[in-house]
Design a protein around this ligand. Sequence first.
Ligand code: FAD
Length: 415
Amino acid sequence: MVVIGGGLGGCAAALTAQRAGVEVEILERMDSLAGVASWTGQLLTWILRQEAKLMGGGAADIVHLMESLAIHVTPEFDVPKGNVTFDVTRIEAGLRHLVEGAAIKVRYRSRVVDVEMEGNKMVAALLEDGTKIKGDAFVDATGRTGGVEWCEKLGQGCVQCMLKCTVFGDRVPISTKAGVPDREEKWNYFPMPLIAMESLSSEVRNKIEGTPEGYSYHPIPGELLERDFTNDWRRPDRPVTKRIKSNVPGMLEVVHVPFAKCTLNLPLKYWRQIPGFENAWLVQPLSADGETVGTGFCAQREKTMRVTGLANLFAGGLRSGRYTAFVEVMMAGDLAGHNAARHARGKDLVSYPSSTLVGFFLNEINTECTPNEWHGPLLDDTRYYAKGFSTTDYGEIRERVVASGWLGALGRKLA
Ligand SMILES: Cc1cc2nc3c(=O)[nH]c(=O)nc-3n(C[C@H](O)[C@H](O)[C@H](O)COP(=O)(O)OP(=O)(O)OC[C@H]3O[C@@H](n4cnc5c(N)ncnc54)[C@H](O)[C@@H]3O)c2cc1C
C-alpha cells in the first residue's frame, strides 16, 4: 500500500494500515514528515481524541505523542475544546520515531507528479525522477496547500511556505491526476502567523510563557484598532485584514507553541506598534508582509474515504474534506488507511458509525457541502450539540464506541 504525503493524515493512514497487516510505504516530497503540523500546536476537540484512542488507529499514537509534548494543558477543559498546546519544534522528530519505529518505509524527497491507471484502478505513482512505485491500494494525503501560483494569485504569502515548497516543488493532488476533479477551489485568509519569542519584550514573554493554559491577551493600541488596512496589502481588492477583529475586543490573542502564535494577520510594521512587539520577528510566514492563506481543495470521496468513481485510491487528511483540526484530519487518515488495507486484502470497505462523533462529522456534515460553505474545525461547528455528542463524560464516549462495535477496530490485524 502506498501513502502519498507524510503529514499527519498520511502518517495516521500508514500506521493504521500497517496495524491491519499490510506492507506500507510513504512517499514524501520534502525531507521531513509532519507537513504543516510542524508549525501549529493546539490539540483540540477532547471528545474526538477519546474516540481516536478507543478505536486504536494511527491517530491514537499521534495524539499520545502530542500529549507527551504538551507545554500547556487547559486544566478544566472547555467543552468541546479540551485544549493541549504542544511543542511544535519536537513533533517532526517524534513522528519520525513513531513511523520509522513501526517499520514503515518512508521515501523522502519523493514527489509524485503523475499516476498510472488501468481503467478506474491506480496501478502506480510516478515520481519526479521517473521512478514508478506500484501498489495494490493508494492513499492521497497530499494536504491542500499551494502551489506557488496560488501565493501569487492570492497575495504575497501563503501557508504553503511552511512546507518548503520552492525547494521541494509544489504539492500535486493525486486524485485529480487520477482523473477525478476536486470538489471545489476555495480559499480564505488564515490568520495564524508565528512570532519568535526571543524578539518580544521580557514583559510580554513572561506573560505568554507564564500562562498555565497557553493563551494570553495583549492590548492593541487604539490607532491600530481604528485603522482600515485595505491599502496596506498587495491586493487591496482582497484585503487580508481590513479591520482588526478579535475574540476579546481590543486584545491580541497569543498561543504559546512555543513560538508566539497570533490570531491576526498584519504587515510587520504594524506588529511593531503593539507594546512589547517593537522588535517582533515573524517566523511564519517568512514571505512578504505577514499574510497567511488557506486553500480549500478537496477530493470527492465516499463515506469510506474512497475517491468517487475509483477502485483503489483513498483520500486521507485534509484532502478528504473541508475540516482543519488535527484529530479529525488524522481520523480521516485512519479510515483511508484502514480501507486501503481492506481493499488490498479483498475485504468489504467500512465507514465510521454515525452514532460516534467522528462518524457524524465525516459522514453527515462533511459530505454534503454547498460550494460556498467553508467547514472549519469541529469545535466551530455546533451542529453536533443538537445530536447529543457534547459531553465531558469519558464513560459515555466509551459506551458509544463499544455499542457501535468499533472499540479497537482500527488497531486489529485483518484476518
Ligand atoms: C497556519 C496553520 C495553523 C494551524 N493550527 C492548527 C492547530 O493549532 N490545531 C489544529 O488542530 N490544527 C491546526 N492546523 C491544521 C493542521 O495543521 C492541518 O489540518 C494538518 O496538519 C494537515 O495534515 P495533512 O496531513 O492533511 O496535510 P499536510 O500537513 O499539508 O501534509 C501533506 C504532505 O503531503 C506532501 N505532499 C504533497 N504533495 C505531494 C506529492 N505530490 N508527492 C509527495 N508528497 C506530497 C507535503 O509535502 C506534506 O508533507 C493549522 C494549519 C495551518 C496551516
